[in-house]
Ligand binder design. Structure first.
Ligand code: SAH
Length: 342
């Protein structure tokens, strides 16, 4: 029988396990703290008696991700390819900013959403990640950079709202004061716009940041680059966003990747400004990273600046995302696919 991995279990799971071993409740807390300190071996749990450790070891193990490849192109960006227990490969990126270290984690192996410009979706979704596999990307990265991660973005491979239960468990785990204690306001979830799940998320009333990958407000253009647009139209998406904002009182970020000749015209900017004006939001313009599987090109710098100007004229706070790491093909899902191609 395969042993169950302790990494990813929450206090409820551990309370249950500890009760079955006829141990007092505080043992569950001890276990919890050890697991999320990032230990590799149950015998490292010094304050848990040896006979109890042996009992735990009968059914449980600590399984940690393995580093397959490490890229560091500057002091500020480190990209890691991790192997999971079943040898599937995922990627995570750490970025060092003045205000702290940020990690971009994957939530699925591959992705089913089919966005035309995205490298993660080229081979479809292989499987969902568990909460443990998500949190271990942080624990391992902290070891690698020898520093604390203070911000987490769910913007690696995968669609977080297509893996709702495990993603929610993950958010609660990293946020827990006895675990990594990363504040919800330091966690950003990015979605291509699975409308019913945005409502569901809103009802949890979390304080996390929600990012919506918008990329076009023109119905047919959005459908063309993002198949999810065929399922939920822009009106339905905006209604869900408004509900989310009203429910949580949190500002939404709209991500807009500018693709030359596709969605970067002045008309696109004005239509976007009209749609978003009056909504509690912020727009993040992303100069698209071209991927070799598709022939999309990065918008010209001048159309990016013009786009920003037009949105700001509607009173919409707009930033242009810094492109960290695109030089080594490791921005937005490109690292894993490059590795699989070898
Ligand atoms: N599935 C989620 C999260 C992963 S993608 C989502 O769609 O939001 C994270 C962000 O990177 C999204 O805004 C996505 O549209 C963007 N992205 C994907 N491929 C990109 C590329 N080649 N260049 C620039 N941004 C890209």
């Amino acid at each position: 029988m395969q042993k169950r991995n302790l990494v990813g279990l929450d206090l409820n799971d551990l309370n249950y396990i500890i009760r079955n071993l006829n141990q007092p409740n505080y043992r569950a807390k001890q276990l919890f703290q050890w697991i999320y300190k990032g230990i590799y071996n149950i015998d490292e749990m010094q304050n848990i008696p040896k006979n109890i450790r042996e009992k735990i070891k009968n059914n449980f193990e600590i399984y940690r991700l393995r580093v397959v490849k490490k890229h560091q192109d500057s002091e500020k960006t480190i990209k890691i390819l991790f192997a999971l227990q079943d040898n599937n490969i995922i990627e995570s990126v750490a970025m060092k900013y003045d205000y702290g270290n940020t990690i971009c984690i994957s939530t699925q192996v591959g992705c089913n959403m089919g966005c035309k410009f995205c490298a993660s979706t080229v081979d479809g979704k292989i499987r969902n990640l568990t909460a443990g596999e998500m949190i271990d990307q942080i624990l391992k990265m902290q070891e690698i950079i020898e520093g604390r991660i203070s911000n987490v973005v769910l913007m690696g491979s995968g669609e977080p709202l297509d893996n709702f239960t495990e993603v929610l468990k993950f958010i609660k785990l990293v946020n827990h004061p006895l675990s990594l204690n990363i504040g919800q306001r330091h966690i950003t979830l990015s979605t291509c716009g699975i409308v019913p799940k945005i409502y569901e998320l809103a009802n949890y009333n979390l304080q996390i940041n929600l990012s919506i990958s918008l990329h076009s407000v023109n119905e047919s253009k959005r459908k063309e680059i993002m198949p999810i647009g065929n399922k939920y139209n822009i009106r339905e998406l905006m209604d869900a966003c408004t509900y989310y904002i009203n429910k949580t009182n949190r500002r939404i970020t709209f991500e807009y990747a500018l693709i030359k000749g596709e969605n970067d015209t002045e008309k696109d900017a004005i239509e976007t400004g009209k749609l978003l004006s009056g909504i509690l939001c912020h727009v993040n313009l992303i100069p698209i990273n071209p991927i070799k599987e598709k022939n999309y090109e990065k918008a010209h710098e001048r159309s990016i600046l013009l786009f920003k100007e037009k949105l700001e004229a509607f009173g919409i706070p707009t930033t242009i995302r810094k492109e960290m790491g695109s030089s080594i093909n490791a921005a937005c899902g490109q690292l894993r696919i490059g590795y699989l191609d070898l």
